[in-house]
Unconditional design. Sequence first.
Length: 139
Amino acid sequence: MDLESRLKSKQTVESRLISFMEQAEKTEDLLAISKDLAKVQEEIETIKGRMNYLENKADLATVTISIEENKVEVKNLGDSQLKTWEKTKEQFKKSINFLISAFSSLFIFLIGYLPILVLLGIIAFIIIFIIRKRKKREG
């Protein structure tokens, strides 16, 4: 809790009650305001006492800080782990070789199976031709 702000708030209430007390004309009003003023003044004293108590405790407090250094060892990296550029070039070469190999395999497949593919193409052309003729006859 912020005791200083509570204290200021209670002191403001106290000053208002004193001004009301000075303006009071009836005895009943004066007694009610006096009762409220006594309660607020008691709360102010309680807050001031708590603040003094905490201030004395803070003065007597001891803070101990201990710092310990831990040794952290970093293992040396070998020469093979530091050759990033060489590894990058090697990986690039591997990817180019893979692409060449893949296209080469595709080319060999197409040329090797060319007679079968031509035969299948002719059969597919004949089937499509027959289907279109039937549709024209029906349509």
